[in-house]
Design a protein around this ligand. Structure first.
Ligand code: TEU
Ligand code: CA
Length: 553
């Protein structure tokens, strides 16, 4: 039997602070802005907020490059604002988890400033330094933001490793002192009362100390090489023993490069590592290295079955299809054209909130916010886009038109445009003339004020789904079974716990379809649908989603 835990029952909402709500008219979202929207989150049915990095940072990668782990980013406010956020959430019965970015720091972190000074600096081994090979870097490892993962530092003539930007040097987890520093900074935030961590690219912290070139099978998708290094499980068990086990907290590891089969070792409750991870298989279905890849429903469904089987009763999954690193939910997995946007966004909400695992809602998806109509490279802010443009287009390797077509479907900036709060200028995100990243021009139609006023809105559908989850334990703890894995349009599944079973029916297309269920399974009472007038039993209209009691005989 599965153990009951608050974080299994929780609905999590991700806030990307730069883009959530500006309170002081500088065009940049901030913590007081978040505090002013807590009732909005409560009304949505949120139990836990995950805050993307709020730490002091020079913003080479919007806060994922941390200069001081114990300081709040000045643009976002100060520690008093952070404390007010935490208190405001707790007062409303919600919790807060923060981002833990400890695969790398900023090159402006005091440790790195010291580390690069000399080979015998006490902080030298806080980072990963190696001499070059011939005239070049130590090996063929590549940065996820284009180019080599090694940068030559003139001060000592050695290279430092950075799996991300050159301003994000990788920390050396082989060093006991570094690990102790990390555990210390974790305690700092836990002692303040935060309820856990989302851990950035955590499976990549352990590196093969031989630093070999990529094995041939991992040259394309290097994340499958960098994840699950030799000492990963040892490090996570130590972190759990030293820190996490002493608090009632939740942890979710961003598991870029971890397969469903490798997942249980990270989240098995007997092993004492993490509570859950983000598996990337679903969210990356349409995104093949910045190129759009057409995906099919049977592929998506197969991922959920594979995760169910891979994780089993002693582990736990997350359910998410968007975040600050991916394009918009409804534009990627639904149909954001005209009349289909609202029903398809509600269908996706229904799926996220009824699959087996803790659901993560990304800010703005509860409004059905869409991809931004980017047309030129200058409109993008993301370092991933800017570096790839230089590395791929300016070198003639990729045609500009192909690059832009790919980014128009996959760029991280689609999800980073500001929240659309109202029909006021800049969607009510800021009173500045200009937000740090342009607001989607569809804000007069798609905004929170309109959604709150409309009982049929996507926002209110999420709220009803959160209520349904709370009322029906099978939606949290029940097994998942896909009833029609090969069907190209229909996703039909049951969630069963003991004698109680629910049936979820989703039509991933514009066409009306017949629902073909296996013998012995029937739709009972309708608990929640996404259309004002649900279709009759046995049918689903275009993008219709329904949750029924399940009758079996
Ligand atoms: O993401 C790492 C990651 O796995 C990718 O989604 C990455 O963003 C992509 O390959 C780049 O095109 C995490 C954070 O979520 C992301 O925002 C940071 O940029 C990255 O780590 C570095 O901290
Ligand atoms: Ca601001």
């Amino acid at each position: 039997t599965v153990r009951h835990r608050w974080w299994k029952e929780a609905v999590v909402y991700q806030i990307y602070p730069r883009s959530f709500q500006d309170s002081n008219g500088d065009g940049i979202g901030d913590i007081p802005g978040i505090v002013s929207r807590l009732d909005y989150l409560k009304g949505l049915g949120v139990d836990v907020v995950w805050l993307s990095p709020h730490y002091d940072s020079p913003n080479a990668d919007n806060g994922y490059d941390i200069r001081d782990y114990r300081k709040v980013m000045a643009e976002f406010g100060g520690m008093a604002d952070f404390d007010a956020l935490l208190a405001g959430l707790k007062a409303r019965g919600m919790r807060l988890i923060v981002d833990l970015v400890v695969n790398h720091s900023s090159d402006e972190h005091a440790w790195f400033v010291e580390s690069r000074k000399s080979k015998d600096n006490p902080y030298r081994d806080y980072y990963i330094w190696r001499p070059g090979r011939g005239d070049g870097p130590p090996n063929d490892w590549r940065s996820y933001f284009s180019g080599s993962a090694w940068t030559l530092d003139p001060a000592t003539g050695e290279y430092y490793l950075h799996l991300f930007a050159d301003k994000q040097p990788d920390l050396n987890w082989e060093n006991d002192k570094l690990r102790a520093e990390v555990y210390d900074l974790m305690r700092f935030w836990l002692d303040k009362g935060v309820d856990g961590f989302r851990m950035d690219v955590i499976p990549m912290i352990s590196k093969d100390q031989a630093f070999p070139d990529y094995p041939p099978e991992h040259r394309q998708r290097t994340e499958y090489y960098h994840a699950v290094g030799p000492r990963l499980h040892e490090f996570l068990q130590e972190m759990n023993r030293e820190v996490l086990s002493k608090y009632d907290v939740m942890t979710v590891g961003e598991a870029f490069g971890v397969t469903p089969e490798q997942t249980l070792d990270l989240v098995d409750e007997r092993r004492g590592e993490l509570n859950m991870i983000f598996n990337f298989d679903a969210v990356r279905l349409y995104n093949d290295g910045h190129r759009y890849r057409p995906w099919t429903l049977p592929e998506l469904k197969a991922i959920y079955t594979r995760l169910e089987e891979g994780t089993g009763p002693r582990g736990w999954n997350t359910v998410f299809l968007s975040n600050h690193d991916n394009a918009r939910l409804v534009s990627s997995f639904g149909d954001d054209a005209g009349p289909w946007r609202v029903p398809s966004a509600k269908l996706l909400a229904t799926m996220l909130m009824t699959l087996h695992g803790t659901p993560f809602i990304y800010q703005g998806d509860e409004l059905g916010m869409t991809n931004y109509p980017f047309t030129s490279v200058e409109q993008y802010d993301d370092i991933a886009v800017r570096n790839a443009w230089k590395a791929d287009v300016l070198t003639g390797r990729v045609a500009a038109a192909d690059f832009l077509a790919g980014m128009a479907r996959t760029s991280r900036d689609h999800s980073r445009t500001p929240m659309q709060w109202s029909a006021a200028p800049n969607g009510g995100f800021t009173t500045a003339g200009k937000a740090w990243l342009a607001v989607n021009p569809n804000y007069p139609e798609i905004n929170a004020e309109a959604a709150l006023a409309d009982p049929g809105s996507i926002y209110h559908h999420y709220a009803r789904l959160a209520g349904l989850r709370r009322a029906h334990p099978p939606l949290v703890y029940g097994d998942f079974a896909d009833l029609a894995p090969a069907h190209p349009r229909l996703f039909a599944y049951t969630r069963r716990l003991g004698d109680e079973a629910l049936l979820v029916l989703l039509n991933f297309s514009r066409e009306t379809i017949d629902v073909e269920l296996p013998a012995g399974i029937e739709a009972g009472e309708l608990l929640l649908g996404n259309l004002a007038v649900p279709s009759q039993a046995g049918r689903l209209a275009g993008w219709e989603a329904r949750v029924h009691r399940c009758r079996r005989h």
